[in-house]
Design a protein around this ligand. Structure first.
Ligand SMILES: Nc1ncnc2c1ncn2[C@@H]1O[C@H](COP(=O)(O)OP(=O)(O)OP(=O)(O)O)[C@@H](O)[C@H]1O
Length: 312
């Protein structure tokens, strides 16, 4: 996500969302914002409300209280216009007509996408292109009934991408996929985000999403208990030194260091970017600190998640 995208108007904004089914409160006071080019991963234990949140964001379920806007349009009161920019797979794998081929099913989706206000014309070339991107060219003219679970899952993502959405919402897009299929979805999501699409996906695969999501929202018991900015976390480095306290003082004097803490025999510092490592090393040397080792301080999202959910 670029700096300009950070200041761009939100692609999706959830404000004070509460959802009740009868006496059961499934979501309570949820607020979140996703900007163009951002990959936002929603995670949480079974039953924490991820699918309900996704269904409400796509307009399939109605909020009990609160609002959801998609590119400044209210998803529930300006539905068709808001959803013209949306691609989504909410039930995985998405439902298709089993007696029709992959191409025919996408043609049906394309016809639907062209209807209503703000409808988008999807060409045959575009259908071929998304099938190729999802590595389904070989299956294009086979009936969906003959598709494997993973192939149907990928056809769902192809269908969601068809009309060039500005917001893509995927409920557990990698469940049921083999490692190559998972990697393919990563590449596609990253590519879409790079071209400015906002992507929201739900997942249980924390170590996998830590490699490509920008933000992780943790739901627990229907509340968004934390929002983790992974980019900020991953720009941390650890230095094994002879004097961690002196190292902290030296690093804190640098304008780009956001935070430095001693964890003997290490000092952990948020440098903002890898390119700052040589300057940090020079500053340590100038302060008379001996450095024996320098390495990225990998943020363990899984450990962090366990801690947050257990203490929520
Ligand atoms: N239509 C419904 N009517 C009543 N309760 C519902 C309905 N849909 C979901 N719930 C309840 O809401 C809670 C959250 O369900 P949801 O499917 O959103 O969780 P989830 O985080 O997606 O779970 P999982 O990780 O298992 O997919 C659950 O307790 C579920 O029983």
């Amino acid at each position: 996500m670029t700096t300009s995208a950070t200041s761009a108007p939100p692609s999706i904004e959830v404000r004070e969302l509460t959802k009740r089914y009868g006496p059961h409160t499934v979501l309570e006071g949820v607020n979140l914002t996703v900007r163009p080019g951002e990959v936002y991963a929603l995670t949480g234990p079974n039953g924490s409300g991820k699918t309900t949140l996704i269904r409400t964001m796509t307009g399939l379920a109605f909020p009990t209280a609160g609002t959801i806007t998609l590119l400044n349009r209210n998803v529930h009161t300006e539905g068709n216009r808001a959803r013209a920019y949306l691609g989504a797979v909410v039930e995985a794998p998405a439902k298709f007509y089993p007696q029709f081929t992959g191409t025919q099913n996408l043609q049906i989706q394309a016809n639907l996408a062209g209807m209503g206000p703000g409808g988008v014309k999807v060409t045959r070339d575009r259908i071929r292109d998304v099938l190729a991107q999802l590595e389904l060219t070989r299956m294009a003219d086979r009936k969906v009934a003959e598709f494997s679970l993973g192939q149907r899952q990928r056809l769902g993502v192809a269908s969601a991408m068809l009309a060039d959405p500005k917001v893509l919402i995927l409920d557990e897009p990698t469940s049921g996929l083999d490692p190559v299929g998972i990697e393919l979805i990563h590449r596609i999501v990253t590519g879409l985000a790079t071209s400015g699409c906002a992507v929201i996906l739900s997942t249980h695969h924390l170590r996998e999403i830590a490699t490509y999501a920008h933000t992780v929202g943790i739901l627990s018991g229907g509340r968004l208990v934390d929002t983790v900015d992974l980019r900020a976390r991953q720009a941390a480095y650890r230095f094994r030194v002879d004097d961690p306290n002196r190292a902290v003082t030296a690093l804190q004097g640098l304008p780009f260091v956001q935070k430095a803490v001693a964890r003997a025999p290490m000092v952990i510092a948020s440098l903002g970017a890898e390119a700052r490592v040589p300057e940090a090393l020079s500053a340590l040397q100038a302060a008379g600190v001996k450095v024996f080792e320098a390495a990225p301080d990998h943020f363990d999202l899984y450990e962090y998640y366990r801690d947050r959910v257990e203490n929520a």
